[in-house]
Every structure is written in structure tokens, then in C-alpha cells.
Design a protein around this ligand. Structure first.
Ligand code: CUA
Length: 348
């Protein structure tokens, strides 16, 4: 999440068409970075602070388009001002009445057409670079209303709302949806890619700086669309391997009597019908896998930081925390709440 000097160095050279414009980009980028609020610079989801070559290319394209648009704006507004002043209404004379000028018509049809073709070619060129060949890691991500299921083919690891990847490695993401169309977006790492029911979409990226990056659903998908977030954790390859190995392990056994009672509760209440805790009889697939819940950064897809107090709050009344979400409220006594929290807090 920390800013590193020289991030712009990973912007690959652009073709000749854009070379001139691109030379002005760092200055404009700098100006925009200053406009971003301080908080966005510290913990950001900003497309202006890319941490992958792909995201840097997208930013570069965005500024190229912005500069072209600014040029158009200046020319059009300039001509407008000249016309207003030079050809303003004068009392003494009626303006010459002219109809149609073929040459003018052709010119002002051709210029926008050329601009659109240039923008199209620049976009295709960027898209080509975003499609990375090969892969070091494959991640399967399934969008649900309103959370993210994350699987690692080849490892038995299943998690939710948190995607870990190794730094400096090509990551291929296979995207699916369990219900409606969602869109996968980690602004600092890459562009948006839709998750479409009945179809596997793919995207790829290579993150260059370890850190924890914000991600979100970028396609309106219902009441809690805004509550469909995830964290993308980019870590050293060794840390990533250790994390993946741990995620593939079955759930920890309860260590206290309260936690043991919590486990019994989870298995006897409706919880087990929707959630899996690997290594137990809970094998539901409707909601997030809870096997290593306690090790995650957030609860309810980025709605709450993962603390025992928040977990208790969530279990007590999920609809109050995230209205409309698919987790029904299960009536629990204070003691049951404590036991269930104790068990889930032990699932590291
Ligand atoms: Cu999922 Cu918006």
C-alpha cells in the first residue's frame, strides 16, 4: 500500500502516435495525485496509483485520452470565443446569410472520425498488453450476491473476500458468477472484468509491490452491490506459499470448552446448511467457507474489520449490519453468541 518512487518506470514505451502526448503525462499525473485526498494516498483504491504494469498502462491511456479531450475542448471553446467576439451582432448590418459549405462539412466529419480511430487503436494496443501470456498462479473467483468465493485450483484452499497472490508473478484469474453479473476490480492492479453466469471469463495481472489493495464489485448487482468488496493481498512468494498451505488445511479443533460448545452449536443450527468448515460435518456451499475465518481481514465482504466484537455483532443480527444480505438472522442467546464467537475466533 506504500508508495514507491519510480513507479512510472514500469510504464512501457508507447507507440509513436502517442509518444508526444505521453511525454506530458507524468506532469499531469502529478497534478492529479495532489488532488487525491491524503487518506486515498495512504490506503488507496486509486487508479492514479498503479502497482502493476497493466494498471500503469491503463492510467497512461486514461491520461492520453484526457489530454486529447483537453485539446479538443480548447480548440472548440477557442473558436467559440473568437466567433462570439468577432461576429457579434452589430446594429448597422445584417450578417451575410450563408448555407452549407461542403468543404467545412467534410472537415468536421473527418476530424472526429480520425480522433475516434486513434482512441480505438490506443485502446486496442493497451488491451493487448494487459493480456499476459503464461501463468505462475491461477485463482478461481466466483461472484455471489454479495461476496467473493476464492479457490486455488490444485490446492484445496477455499477462502472468501480475500485473494492472496505472490508479488512479481503472473496471476491468471478465472471468473465465474453464481447468480447475476458482477465485475471484478482492484483499481491499483488492473481493469474491470465481468463475472457472467454460465461463462468463465479471464483476466490476468502481475503485481509489482507487496501490499494490501482494495477491490470491489464494479457492476450493479443488487441491494448490497456496494457491500461486495475484497482485499487483494500481494505478498512475497514464500509468505504466499505458506498462506496457501495453511488455507488448504482442515479447521483447527476448539481449544476451550466455550469454543467446543460453539462448534456443536454451529453443527446443530442452520449455519452448517450454508457454510463449510472443512474437517467437520458442516459442508454447506451457499455462504462463505469458514474454515480459516479468523485469519481474514474483514467480515461480510469488507463490511466490518474482522474483530471478535464485530463477529459477535454480525452473528447477532446480520441484517442490521448489512441489510438485504442473504444470511438469515438465527435467534441466539447471549451464551450461544459467546460460544459461537469463541469457536469461530479459533478458526485461524
Ligand atoms: Cu456484485 Cu455489484
Amino acid at each position: 500500500m506504500t508508495g514507491r518512487p519510480g513507479r512510472d518506470a514500469c510504464v512501457p514505451a508507447r507507440p509513436a502516435v502517442a509518444a508526444l502526448v505521453a511525454s506530458a503525462i507524468p506532469a499531469v499525473t502529478g497534478a492529479f495525485a495532489l488532488l487525491a485526498p491524503a487518506s486515498a494516498r495512504a490506503a488507496t483504491a486509486s487508479v492514479l496509483r498503479p502497482e502493476s504494469p497493466g494498471a500503469a498502462e491503463i492510467r497512461s491511456l486514461a491520461f492520453t485520452v484526457l489530454l486529447i479531450s483537453a485539446g479538443i475542448f480548447l480548440v472548440v471553446e477557442g473558436l467559440l470565443l473568437v466567433s462570439i467576439i468577432r461576429f457579434r451582432k452589430r446594429p448597422e448590418a445584417e450578417a451575410p446569410q450563408v448555407r452549407g459549405d461542403r468543404r467545412l462539412e467534410i472537415v468536421w466529419t473527418a476530424i472526429p472520425a480520425v480522433i475516434v480511430v486513434v482512441l480505438f487503436l490506443l485502446t486496442v494496443d493497451t488491451m493487448k498488453d494487459l493480456d499476459l501470456p503464461g501463468k505462475n498462479v491461477t485463482v478461481g473467483v466466483t461472484g455471489h450476491q454479495w461476496w467473493w468465493e476464492v479457490r486455488y485450483p490444485g490446492a484445496d484452499a477455499v477462502t472468501a473476500n480475500e485473494i492472496h497472490v505472490p508479488v512479481g508473478r503472473t496471476v491468471q484469474v478465472a471468473l465465474e458468477s453464481a447468480d447475476v453479473i458482477h465485475s471484478f476490480w482492484a483499481p491499483q492492479i488492473g481493469g474491470k472484468t465481468d463475472l457472467i453466469p454460465g461463462h468463465v471469463n479471464r483476466t490476468s495481472f502481475l503485481a509489482t509491490t507487496p501490499g494490501t489493495y482494495a477491490g470491489a464489485c464494479a457492476e450493479f448487482c443488487g441491494l448490497q452491490h456496494a457491500g461486495m468488496r475484497f482485499w487483494l493481498v500481494v505478498e512475497e512468494p514464500g509468505e504466499f506459499s505458506a498462506w496457501l498451505k495453511h488455507q488448504a488445511e482442515p479447521a483447527a479443533e476448539p481449544k476451550t470448552p466455550a469454543a467446543a460448545a460453539g462448534k456443536e452449536l454451529l453443527l446443530s443450527l442452520p449455519c452448517a446448511g450454508c457454510h463449510s468448515v472443512r474437517g467437520t460435518a458442516a459442508q454447506g456451499t451457499v455462504g462463505p467457507d469458514l474454515t480459516h475465518l479468523a485469519g481474514r481481514l474483514s467480515l461480510a465482504a469488507g463490511t466490518l474489520p474482522n474483530t471478535p466484537q464485530n463477529l459477535r455483532r454480525w452473528l447477532h443480527d446480520p441484517q442490521a449490519v448489512k441489510p438485504g444480505n442473504r444470511m438469515p438472522t438465527v435467534p441466539l442467546t447471549e451464551e450461544q453468541l459467546n460460544q459461537l464467537t469463541a469457536y469461530l475466533e479459533g478458526l485461524e
